[in-house]
Ligand binder design. Structure first.
Ligand code: NDP
Length: 255
């Protein structure tokens, strides 16, 4: 299945201690691609901050990481649909106070929302989707940027990775607020990357991956035909480590 991955990621042979001493925060770390990114980072020696809304799922990821021999992760329960600016400031203070640094910020959590014509899109659904998919990454980035900036070290610049989608680069009928929100994420990536030299900022489109969200969008599809979240997570690992990629919109899989 790895053949579907871009060769940069498929051929990547990371050392087991690749991210040793580094702290990586992953949103939506309890399930799907976020869970796999968290496990992969921990398997390469990173201390991972597991942020998500379902505590039991985060606890299961914590247990998995420990049973796989990774460094002790931190669990940070947070529902991005209701979090307010002070909640993000409190999170930044906790990360700085308890871990002292932040080398990577992975914006992964997202809602799919309704699929259907814009004309029939529910205004409440639109607002919740924009809150989780756009406002939360903005607020989280804003709160954590001072720490990310200060973290430049022997490992190089800190890295922010925004998770995009094919429908965030070309609009497609019936993908509604999800598509629009991913366009906004591409815009946020470009503006931030143009503003920042001291922190790397990129967007990554995973392509079709075997998760709950994909199954909801394509219920008739055979999931066995898709790459697994663990395979996709190699692209994030590469991007968190690679020192000179900045301001790019990347695709994890070849078309
Ligand atoms: P999943 O639905 O499997 O996982 C999404 C994660 O986000 C879950 O852990 C979920 O938490 C979390 N989340 C959702 N809402 C909130 C919230 N309000 N607060 C905190 N956490 C929340 O999706 P995928 O793993 O498939 O998607 C991951 C990323 O990849 C998304 O950005 C998606 O848009 C993108 N993507 C995925 C593709 C695919 O084929 N799978 C293709 C293109 C892009 P909980 O488990 O508690 O609900």
């Amino acid at each position: 299945m790895l053949v579907r991955l871009d060769s940069r990621f498929a051929d990547f042979r990371p050392a087991p201690n690749l991210l040793e001493g580094r702290v990586i925060l992953v949103t939506g770390a309890g399930d799907g691609i976020g869970r796999a990114i968290a496990r992969t980072c921990a398997a390469h020696a990173a201390i991972v901050v597991l942020l998500g809304r379902t505590v039991e799922k985060l606890e299961r990821v914590y247990d998995t990481i420990r049973s796989e021999g990774g460094p002790e992760p931190a669990i940070y329960p947070m529902d991005l649909s209701g979090a307010m600016p002070p909640d993000y400031e409190a999170l930044a203070a906790r990360v700085e106070g308890e871990l002292g640094r932040l080398d990577g910020l992975v914006h992964n959590a997202a809602l799919l929302g309704d699929l259907g014509p814009i004309e029939h899109y529910s205004p409440e659904g639109w607002q919740e989707l924009v809150q989780v998919n756009v406002n939360a990454p903005f607020l989280l980035t804003r709160a954590l940027l001072p720490l990310l900036r200060r973290t430049a070290s022997g490992h190089g610049r800190a890295s922010i990775v925004f998770t995009s989608s094919g429908v965030g680069r070309r609009g497609r009928a019936y993908w509604g607020g999800y598509s629009v929100s991913k366009f906004a994420i591409e815009g946020l990536t470009q503006v931030l990357a143009d503003e920042l030299d001291s922190v790397r900022v990129n967007s990554l489109n995973p392509g079709p991956v075997r998760t709950r969200m994909r199954a909801k969008a394509f219920p008739a599809e055979d999931p066995e035909t898709l790459i697994t979240p663990e395979e996709a997570a190699r692209a994030w690992l590469w991007l968190l480590d690679t020192s000179d990629v900045h301001g790019q919109a990347l695709d994890a899989q070849v078309p």
